[in-house]
Design a protein around this ligand. Sequence first.
Ligand SMILES: [Cu+2]
Length: 130
Amino acid sequence: MKKILIAITAITFILALFLAGCAGQKASNAPQIPSSDVSAEVISSQPAQESAEVEIKDFTFTPETVTIQKGGSVTWINLDSVQHTVSIDGMADSDKLGLNQEFTQVFDKAGEYPYICTIHASMTGKVIVK
Ligand SMILES: [Cu+2]
């Protein structure tokens, strides 16, 4: 009985692979959206996450803009040996963050929150809360 079950499982598996192969072939024959459009779509339609992480490295916030959902949080981590801050206008101001130090802020209201590093005015970023 066990052997039969194994055989059925194996056949099902092979059949599934075969069907997947056919489907793949069909898809490649069908008219396709140019791959450049696909990647653009992926970037623009990236769903908002509940939380995000921003790396501070080489005097840059990366990614410069993050989109999160209401109630989510953003955590910044400083990967520079130089100190930086995360100063969100009218909301929060991290202390000076040393190497590998983190700062987390929760965002309860939808909106756009530009922020800067008060030590290096050229360092800017934005949190979009949806
Ligand atoms: Cu800085």
